[in-house]
Each structure stands twice: as structure tokens, then as C-alpha cells.
Design a protein around this ligand. Sequence first.
Ligand code: ZN
Length: 307
Amino acid sequence: MLKWGALTVALFCTLTLHAADNNPFFFKKNNPKPQPATNIHIPVVLPQSAVIVVPFYTPSSQQNIPVILADGDYRMLHFGGLPEEYELWDESIINPYGVRLVEMQDTIKIDMRGYFPPVQKYVTSNFGFRRGQFHYGVDLKVHKGDTVFCAFDGQVRLVNYQRRGYGNYVVVRHNNGLETLYAHFDKTLVAIGQMVKAGEALGMGGNTGRSTGYHLHFETRYLGNVINPNDLYDFEEYRVKDDIFWLSAANFEYVKEVEKIRFWTVRQGDSLSKIASRTGVSVARLCALNNIRQTTTLRIGQRIRYT
Ligand SMILES: [Zn+2]
């Protein structure tokens, strides 16, 4: 299948050479020494005389991405292979990897090229703390039935439903090592295991699961660890912030804040003042942390954040 794909693409590219400008996945045959990457921001220009060979961009061929320079020379961008944890392919759990990246030592280089914005709408709710809970994605406005597109090439790993959470949602494993999650679909349009391209329709905008109003909840993860989408994407310009993303422990600093959170579970007879005296946190602070008022009636079993 790869061969046929490569042949088809090679033929297509030969016929439409002029359209291949800026496509980084080409290199010149019999070119001498690959140059080490020195500046990743050099624009890629394909010389008209180039002989086209298309290395398929799959995890196994991801190690070295050749880039043609304006003078016809080329250099190699070196990408680390995908981590071995990705040998695990689970079709029911969003994060089956059990990896904690907040203490990782490495810096991982991620190829962000080929991004397609899932929707071209504004952010309605951002990543971060929200009413005492941590919101792990960004919410983007959609209307019912709006098409939601896949962000990068990859393979659908989950198509699932959570009544009290994500509603109808899809998780895609991408060739660059990222995984993206799209939630609250009215209807999903893909199946588990399906190969998808950036810009391919994944589902239709909806309001399913724990959602008030039509929106897309969009997350990006690496080995199950959530990355702040604002580190990666510009949601006003509908593009990635850079062609290369350097992922390090610094991107997971927020985890330390999340882990500081403590909850008090409301029991029979509890009141805000009682919780305040038990936890040593003032009523005003409890109200602020939980976005409630002093007069709010507490429900038994309700979780009140106190740090
Ligand atoms: Zn959300």
C-alpha cells in the first residue's frame, strides 16, 4: 500500500511540480552530503529541476526529514523516533501510557508542519483552571453540524461516548507523535483504525456530554500528557506557532499546580463556615475558588476545592 501511495504521489508531484513549493517531503536523488540542520526557519523552495522521490511520512520513516533549500542543496531535519510507549495501541482508554512527563529530562522535537485547523472559529473557553476544575483543552465555537477537521495526518485510535464528559469524541494518533482529542460531536464521521489526513472531516459540531452550548473541546497530548494548546497553536490566525515544537518538562509545569488542588467532599450537616474551619481556608476564599456564593446551597457529595 505504501508503494502504491508513493507511486501515486510521485506521479502527482511530477505533474504538478509548481504546486510542490514549500512541501518539505521531497529530496533530490543523488544529492551529495546531507547538511546538518542549523536553522530550522529557512524557507523551503523546491528547484524546478528536482527529481522527485517521496519518502512516506510515517513513524518508521520519520527519523530524517530532508528539506530542499533554495540553492538546490538540502539538509536533514532530525526527528527522534516515536517513543516505544506508542507500541501500545489501545482503543478504549484516552491515556493508557502511564507516563509522567512533568519530570522528563529530554527535549522532544515535534514536527508541526501540515497542520489543519479543526475549525476556524473563536475560543469560547481557554485551557486552565475553571470554576475550581482544570480544563485540559480549549473550547472553540461551533454551530450544530459544522464540520470539524483533523489537525494532522494520522490514525483514529478512539471513537467513543461519555455521557457525563466528552460526549461523542474522537482521538487521533498523529505521525508526529502528538495525539489530538475532539469532543462533544453531534455525530462522528470516522471509525477506529481509520487512516486520516489533515483536513479530513472527523465529525460534526455538537453539544453532547457535559456541555452547555454547541462547541468543540480540543486537546493535544503527547504520550497521554496534555499540552496547553496555546503553546502549539495560534487560535486567532488558525495556524501553528512554529514548524517545530520543542516539548520539555516546562510544558507540564501546570501539572504541579493541578496536583496542589485539594477537595472537601460535602457531608450531611456541612456548611461553608464548617468547611472553612475544618480546612483553615476562609469562606470568602472557598467561594472564590469554587465560583459560588456564601448563600449557595451545598449538595451532599459535592466537591469543594479548598487549595
Ligand atoms: Zn472544553
